[in-house]
Each structure stands twice: as C-alpha cells, then as structure tokens.
Design a protein around this ligand. Sequence first.
Ligand code: EPU
Length: 414
Amino acid sequence: MVKGGKKLCGEVTVSGAKNAAVAIIPAAILVDGVCTIENVPNIQDVKVIVSILKNMGASVEYIDAYTLRIDCRNVTKQEKPDEMMRKMRASYYLLGVLLGRFCEANVTMPGGCNFGSRPIDQHIKGFEALGATVHQNGDAIFATAEKLQGTSVYLDTVSVGATINIMLAAVLAEGTTEIENVAKEPHIVDLANFLNAMGANVKGAGTDVIKIKGVKSLRGGTYSIIPDQIEAGTFMVAAAATGGNVLVKNIIPKHMESVTAKLIETGAKVTEYDDSIRVEGAEEIEAVNIKTLPYPGFPTDMQPQIVALLSVAKGTSNVIEGVWDNRFQYVTELLKLGADVRVDGKKAVINGVASLTGTQVAATDLRGGAGMVIAGLMAQGVTEITELKHIDRGYEKFEEKFKALGADIQRVTY
Ligand code: EPU
C-alpha cells in the first residue's frame, strides 16, 4: 500500500546483483572445493536456487545474512526438484554446470517472468558445438556428451543466458572455446571473474568475444558479488519521479551510464561519486525517447520503471522494447492509475498526464511491479499493489528501503 506525494530523501544501500547471484551460486557446482560468496542478495530467487542446490546434495550455509558457504563436492547427477526449477528462469544454468561437471544434465524448463516466447536455442547451439547431444521432451531437457571439446560458437542473438550457460559448460572442457557476439552485461563479467578466482581461464568478458581455455579443475575461494545495477536504477528513477534527493550507495556508476544519461534528459540532476550516485529530481519531468538494448544500452529491466516516470512527463515519449517480444503487460495496470500509454507491438507511446490517481493494481512481473511502486509514489491518494511475490523474487527489503527514504509505504498481509 503506497500513499503518494512524498519526495524521497536520504540514502539507500544497494544489495548484491540478483542476476549475478543466480549464475554464480549454481556455478559453485563446477568447483572442487568450498566457495565463500559474499554480498549475496536476500531475495526469493536466491532462496530457490539455494534450495535446489541443497536438494542435489550440496552443503550450503549462511555464515552471515549476506555470505554463503557452498560445498558442492557431494552433488550427484540425481533428479532435480521440478517444482522448484519451474519457479525461476535461472535454473537453466544447471544445464551448463551439470553438463560441464558430469557431461550429463537433465533439467526442467524454467519459469520466471513471462515476456512472450523465451527460447533457449542459442544455449543448445553452444552445448551441441561443445559436443553434447541435446533432447527436449515437453518441458524436460536432457543433454549428454562423451566429453566436451573446446570450439567456436557464434550467437545469432545477443543472449545473457546463452553466454553464461556456454561459459559454464566450457570452463572444464578440453581445449579452447571462443564464443562470439556475446552479451556484455555486468553480471557476465562478474561470473567470469568468479570463475577465474576459482582457477578458470576466461578472457574477454565484457567484450563481444569470450575465450575460455578449459582447465582440469576449479578450486575453492572467496568472491564478492557486484552491486545490483537494476536495483540501483530503480531507486534512481524513484528519486527523480518524486522530485526527491537520494544518494544511491554501494554501486558501480559505470554500470549506470545509460540510466544516468536518460534521467539527465528528463531534467533530473545526477552527480556521480566513486561508488554512489546522487539523483535530485526536477520540478517538471521532460519527455524522452528510449530504446532498450543489451548492455551498454538502456536495460530492458529498467523499462517499466522509466515508463512509470514518463507517464507524468511534459509531452510525449516513445519507448521501444528492443530485447523482449512482449514486455508491456504492466501497462494495463498503469492505465488504471490514469496514465495515457498506447502500446503498439514493441513500441509504447506515452502522453504525459498531469497526475496519476491511486487505485488497486497488480505487479504483473518483477520489474513491472517496481514500476507500479514508482507510479504509486507519484500518484495522488493510495495505490494498492497486489502480487508482491513477483517483486520479492528480485528486490531485497523493497518497502523497507523506500520507507527509510521517507515513502509512505507498507506491506499489508491479509
Ligand atoms: N533469445 C533467443 N534464443 C536464446 C536465448 C535468448 O532468441 O537461446 C532471445 C530472447 O527471446 C530475448 C533475447 O534473446 O528476446 C534476450 O534474452 P536473454 O537470453 O538475454 O535473456 P535471459 O538470459 O533469459 C536475462 C535476465 C533478464 C533480462 C535479460 C535481458 C537473468 C536471470 N535474467 O534473461 O532479467 O531481462 O537477461 O537483459 O539474468 C529481470 O531481472 O527482471 C529479468 C527478466
């Protein structure tokens, strides 16, 4: 329940990156030793992947609220808990790690947010190039190989998941694997850094080509996950949306450049420091045009939040979704608050309105839910947001962090 109209002010500390954590934690399966992983976000998706690992025989314990100690030496090829696997998209990383470790993987097609079709053909292309045979039976995928042999793979689509999954399968393969046209998101670099810290030989992460020289084994070690780029961006947009003044801390400002640039175009004042960014909202929000793209472009995972902001901008904004087929489901909810947004395929035309008015809306997905919270913070009156389970998948202590910034927000349990 959000009562709009409060300017957010103060400081907020960003948690570890969800999309890095859900790749790095299963990557521990490849490690012949104990991994200590720091700055792990306390979110539902992490809880799910930890349960999956435990079910597979791994020893996973929290040393403190944000540090996980994982020992996967006892993991076997046994069946994975299907119901848990369906709960999150990132469970498909088990394909890469199990194939890498056992030359055999049997995984149920993952769930996650629904943005239209979410194919995994590029993951499979990579596994097959490494020498695996892959069969799909309904929502079950079975991959097996005599051995994995280094190879060259060109991705037809820039895919975060395929880049990560092929990297995971290739670290223990024989010889060198070169993956071309890869995704360059910060969490891809983070996974490569984690693997290298454990003894892998991965070069080029963050560029268009990743080169992996297979090693015999990985050893244990300690690694700290990067801050969450999207959580940081969400608070930056919320600060701008409420005309507030917020210091967003524990971030890597370089990762925020596309969001920073667009917020400045809307009229906000953005000041970068070494590991924090201050956003001061403007009295009047200017309309802007945006196209979401793979990193370093404007993140698709920031699209609903920025559309919420633009719904009260002066003038008309055009937002094109350049990554997913269908990521405007949340717009029907935004319309209930009085926004004027017309969606035509992958394009949304947003005519700024003078104000939004609170009512009951649903979080249609994780980032759509964050967009609703931002809209609620701007709206007149009370906005009730349901389906919080989507938000809890990826944001830690979301309402508590907003409350600390002065928002009138509370979680209501019926
Ligand atoms: N695609 C294919 N074939 C494939 C793989 C992807 O055609 O084999 C297409 C997809 O259909 C999509 C595009 O390529 O149109 C990009 O998909 P990608 O594989 O990059 O997405 P993903 O790995 O499934 C991750 C994040 C998403 C984020 C996207 C894009 C995780 C767990 N998820 O998904 O995050 O939107 O990259 O940046 O890392 C979120 O955090 O809210 C979220 C949805």
